[in-house]
Design a protein around this ligand. Structure first.
Ligand SMILES: Cc1cc2nc3c(=O)[nH]c(=O)nc-3n(C[C@H](O)[C@H](O)[C@H](O)COP(=O)(O)OP(=O)(O)OC[C@H]3O[C@@H](n4cnc5c(N)ncnc54)[C@H](O)[C@@H]3O)c2cc1C
Length: 600
């Protein structure tokens, strides 16, 4: 029996925990928030699996191709294949666990369409899919907790991993959020399932807890990042001052149409504008996929219509997402949750009035680089210790914080799938690592010195009393990333953004801790997170600068085409101790030869 550490109680972390507990191992599960509040709970639209219940001749093979093409041929292909083939069994597993998936009138599981495919492949539970899936896994984890297999550390923030003299990961260093006590924990392997880094953009669809801080921290300890520049901008969110609230792709999946008035600056309300005077630009340009083109394509087209052509609603920064032509009872049944969100935050009923939306930072395809082991038939060796392993021995990454499955653009509803799948895949991998690779016990001194390092760092932060406000600096970082490292990327602006990030790092040294309390001191931990966000922002921006092509979510008008000869490679980012250094790694494209990525 081994003892493992899992950081993160979203879908990925809970799935890994369950699989390890089932295999008879002990797990210490860390999460900043109570696991049921992990960001996965916000997922709305659904989870993909080619179950082919609608008789469309869909198959896991077509799902594999759609995912690889959707990611613009940047994903390593064997892990994608293994995931897509595993997807139907994942849906049936959740069904057995009692997830209340939406059903057809005959009682079959219902599937909706999502972007980047012509098939009904997305299983869903109304518009609260993530919540239903997360709660199902949470129940299973509680069962193991009651049996003593799982010990939860909710309200703890992982700060770093503990490495031995050889650099291998031997455990975790974490801070208790209320007492700010720093403690180390030994583990046979550590699995990071810490979610995405949305707070680097500040205004995003992500939860507050998604700073990517621990990802950046282990990056600074030697873990590589893969494709950090690949950031997904979701086409449809409600603009807001605090955050940008997602209007799920399921709205388009159920027939939602995107349009702007044909006349620039038209001041009429949407209901006064007749059909003939509306410009359905996606339907016009992409007659096959229409409003269900992949997210990168839809975001760029909305940006083009609204910003480049100035055709936004009333000349402003929004387009319409229109559901008003659809049957209200069906809308309530299938999209109730998101319609309520819109109504609550705007005061308008989207069943009666088209929603005003604009693209928003939503997801990171990039993350910690992880390995895999493929067999000759293109499937994975499920017992390999290499699966989901970072380059730090004993450190694994799964879920949104890894880079593995989505290449340059994620297809909607493929994230919940990759989280659950990577959670399943990592369990035999860490067990195999412990049995076959890991050597001896680590000296106690490595735990002691890591704890001391963090105690010193946090007390140093507590004593900072310069003239910079850390929250204001975060806002500036967010503005910079949204403006310069987002949908449209230009080398001049990226170069300036890098200089600005260096300046922010200098200004970070002058922040004031604001709060002197020795406990419940949020600024203390936040200032550390902010530094880590600055480092990760540097990797994202440098990656974007170096990739002189357009691929998936990465769009450079000066280099409008995909350049496979030079850039069909994973960007690998390494921390030198003071800066980010990039290299490129070839990818396995043996299953599908790259083709032009067209949706028209
Ligand atoms: C509004 C919204 C809707 C979405 N809808 C869909 C959808 O319909 N379909 C789909 O496929 N995808 C969807 N996504 C994407 C998907 O929800 C996420 O990518 C996925 O849930 C991430 O899961 P995860 O397990 O990797 O991490 P999360 O669910 O983000 O969990 C991260 C966990 O890590 C913990 N953590 C983080 N840092 C630390 C630390 N330093 N120490 C300790 N714990 C830490 C947190 O407490 C949390 O428990 C949506 C995303 C958003 C924003």
């Amino acid at each position: 029996m081994s003892k493992f550490i899992v950081v993160g109680g979203g879908l990925a972390g809970l799935m890994a925990t369950i699989k390890l507990a089932e295999a008879g191992h002990d797990i210490q599960l860390f999460s900043i928030v109570p696991v049921k509040r992990s960001h996965s709970v916000c997922a709305q639209g659904g989870i993909n699996a080619a179950v082919n219940i609608k008789g469309e001749d869909d198959s896991p093979e077509i799902h594999t191709f759609d995912t690889i093409k959707g990611g613009d041929f940047l994903a390593e292909q064997p892990p994608v294949k293994e995931m897509c083939y595993a997807a139907p069994s994942i849906i049936y597993m959740f069904d057995r666990m009692g997830v209340a998936f939406s059903r057809t009138s005959e009682g079959n599981l219902d599937f909706r369409r999502f972007g980047g495919t012509l098939y009904h492949r997305t299983a869903f539970a109304g518009a609260t899919t993530g919540q239903q899936l997360l709660y199902a896994l949470d129940e299973q984890v509680r069962r193991w907790e009651a049996e003593g297999r799982v010990k939860k550390f909710e309200g703890w923030e992982a700060l770093s991993v503990v490495q031995d003299e050889s650099g291998a990961c031997r455990g975790l260093c974490a801070a208790h959020l209320s007492s700010l006590r720093v403690q180390t924990f030994a583990g046979d392997a550590v699995i990071l399932a810490s979610g995405g880094p949305g707070q680097i953009y500040r205004q995003s669809t992500h939860s507050m807890v998604n700073t990517g801080s621990i990802m950046s921290s282990v990056f600074q300890q030697g873990a590589l990042l893969g494709n950090p520049e690949m950031i997904q901008i979701h086409p449809t969110a409600i603009p807001g001052n605090d955050k940008l609230r997602l209007m799920s792709e399921s709205a388009r999946g159920e027939g939602g149409r995107i349009w702007v008035p044909k006349t620039k600056g038209d001041k009429r309300g949407p209901k006064e504008i007749p059909e003939s005077e509306r410009w359905y630009f996606l339907e016009e340009k992409y007659p096959r996929f229409k409003n269900l083109v992949p997210r990168d394509v839809a975001s760029r087209e909305i940006f083009h219509a609204v910003v480049d052509l100035g055709m936004g609603i009333n000349g402003g920064m929004a387009a319409y997402l229109d559901l008003t032509h659809l049957d209200k009872a069906t809308l309530n049944r299938k999209l109730g949750g998101i319609l309520e969100i819109y109504e609550k935050f705007t005061g308008e009923d989207p069943r009666e009035v088209p929603m005003k939306i604009f693209p928003a930072m939503h997801y990171s395809m990039g993350g910690l680089w992880v390995d895999y082991e493929a067999k000759a038939d293109g499937f994975l060796n499920r017992q390999s210790p290499r699966n989901q392993a970072t380059n730090i021995p004993g450190l694994y990454a799964i879920g949104e914080c890894d880079y593995q499955y989505h290449g340059a653009n994620r297809l909607g509803a493929n994230s919940l799938l990759s989280c659950v799948f990577s959670g399943q895949l990592v369990a035999p991998a860490v067990v195999s690592y412990t049995k076959n690779v890991k050597s001896g016990e680590a000296a106690g001194s490595v735990f002691e010195s890591e704890r001391k390092r963090w105690e010193d760092r946090l007390s140093g932060i507590g004593a900072m009393n310069g003239n910079e406000n850390p929250y204001a600096l975060h806002r500036e970082l967010g503005h910079l990333m949204v403006n310069d490292v987002s949908i449209v990327r230009e080398n001049g602006r990226l170069t300036k953004a890098l200089a600005k990030i260096s300046e922010f790092k200098e200004r970070w040294k002058q922040v004031s801790c604001v709060d002197e309390n020795p406990w419940y001191n949020h600024p203390k931990l936040f200032i550390n997170q902010l530094y880590n966000m600055l480092v990760a922002a540097e990797a994202i921006t440098l990656g974007a600068l170096q990739r002189d092509e357009s691929r998936g979510a990465h769009y450079k008008p000066a280099f409008p085409n995909r350049d496979d000869s030079k850039y069909m490679r994973t960007t690998l980012a390494k921390w030198t101790g003071s800066a980010v250094e990039l290299s490129f790694k070839d990818i396995d494209t043996s299953l599908y030869k790259p083709v032009a990525r067209k949706y028209d």
